[in-house]
Design a protein around this ligand. Structure first.
Ligand code: GMT
Length: 380
């Protein structure tokens, strides 16, 4: 099939999922066209089956806000016509589903009927989308999508609670590709990060408020009192400076490394023992899944879709949002003993294996097929 994928090209989870999905679809012989304002960070190889079309938004002084949606919908129309695209898959409702719907309507004027699949990722619903300024437009574009998917059961329920949704929402969980992880790194260069007796704790995120970065540091503060350990913080975002200050205040400066954004996540996770994800809300927690497939145990909050990924007492432990004490105590329980840590690491891998792309890709292919076959139905 010829599939156009609209996503954010950044380090955020939705962009990562969209990019990995596109790469996997291309590997299955589909022709994939990424349409966004920059080449997605994880998209390294362009080839016969993978194309990238950049959306340019020319600066015009009259505009206080440059109209990205307009430029995106025009680019979609042109690309669909030029490459005979058969299916449009937009990741993150805002503003992609809105721009996608406009493109669909414009194309209809030329007798082209293209189905649009919208995948909801989380903050497009739980944080940004539900804001009264956006809610009517988000509700409209979800209801006008031909197929709507959400990355977890919890996100589906939140969407139904927060919006007036007439559409069926299909749950297609996020995924990882196990084949990619087999024997990739034999030497994890652990010694570069910590002494042999130290455990390595990792956190990876975009350092936004929702990630509760101070909780990561407070949990680590407790852990290192009981178990020799280092904390590796990966990512960039608005909370990073405050986090560095907090580490300084707690006397943790020598024990915490801030690495910034990285394209070598798997290399970092390869030498990690424990992953911390104490988020306020998390529709799925792709970062935790990526940790688990690298045999890293997870301590997380029990919010949103996280319980669908991190199984309490098996791949790690969960605690209520903000319960730093319990998170630290459970982390120490895992880290204190080599045999227990090994058990949790192995379990984390086993749980993560259920999200292998081989199980998830056919679900997307099925909905593309269904949507394409019924493309004349939803002409509204
Ligand atoms: O919060 C982030 O890390 C970024 C955000 C995004 O849209 O890029 O992530 C959301 O989508 C990811 C992929 O589906 C999910 O794994 C994250 O849980 C979700 N983030 C939140 O719900 C806060």
């Amino acid at each position: 099939m010829k599939i156009a994928i609209v996503c954010y090209p950044t380090f955020g989870g939705s962009g990562v999922v969209a990019t990995e999905l596109g790469i996997a679809l291309a590997g299955r012989g589909h022709e994939v066209h990424f349409i966004t304002y920059r080449q997605p960070v994880r998209l390294e190889l362009l080839g016969n089956n993978i194309h990238f079309h950049e959306v340019h938004v020319p600066e015009y002084p009259l505009f206080h806000y440059q109209p990205y949606e307009l430029a995106l919908s025009s680019k979609l129309v042109d690309t669909v016509k030029l490459y005979d695209i058969e299916v449009l898959h937009v990741h993150y409702a805002i503003p992609h589903a809105y721009a996608g719907y406009m493109a669909k309507k414009m194309l209809q004027e030329s007798g082209i009927f293209i189905p649009m699949i919208t995948t909801l990722h989380g903050t497009d619903i739980t944080l940004v989308g539900k804001h009264p300024f956006y809610k009517p437009a988000v509700t409209f574009s979800i209801n006008k999508s031909d197929v709507v998917t959400s990355v977890s059961e919890a996100l589906k329920q939140s969407t139904l609670e927060l919006f007036d949704i007439e559409k069926e929402i299909e749950v297609i969980p996020n995924f990882i590709e196990i084949a990619k992880y087999r024997n990739v790194y034999t030497d994890c260069q652990r010694s570069m990060m910590a002494k042999p007796e130290e455990r390595i704790i990792t956190h990876i995120s975009n350092f936004r408020k929702v990630k509760r970065i101070p909780d990561v540091i407070k949990v680590f503060h407790q852990i290192q009192k009981e178990v020799p350990a280092k904390l590796v913080m990966v990512g960039e975002g608005p909370e990073k400076e405050k986090a560095e200050q907090l580490c300084d205040d707690l006397g943790l400066k020598d024990r915490v490394l801030f690495l910034g954004n990285s394209t070598e996540i798997d290399r970092i996770l390869c030498f990690s023992d424990l992953f911390l994800l104490p988020s306020e809300t998390e529709s799925f927690g792709l970062a935790a899944l990526e940790a688990m497939i690298n045999k890293v145990a997870v301590i997380s909050s029990d919010t949103g879709g996280i319980p669908e990924v991190n199984i309490d007492g098996v791949s790690g432990f969960m605690a209520p949002v903000g319960d730093v004490e319990t998170m630290a105590q459970k982390a120490i329980e895992i880290l204190r003993d080599d045999a227990i840590l090994e058990k949790f690491k192995e379990n984390a891998f086993k749980v993560a294996s259920k999200f292998d792309i081989v199980h998830i890709l056919p679900m997307y292919e099925e909905i593309y097929d269904k949507a394409y076959k019924s493309r004349f139905k939803n002409t509204f």
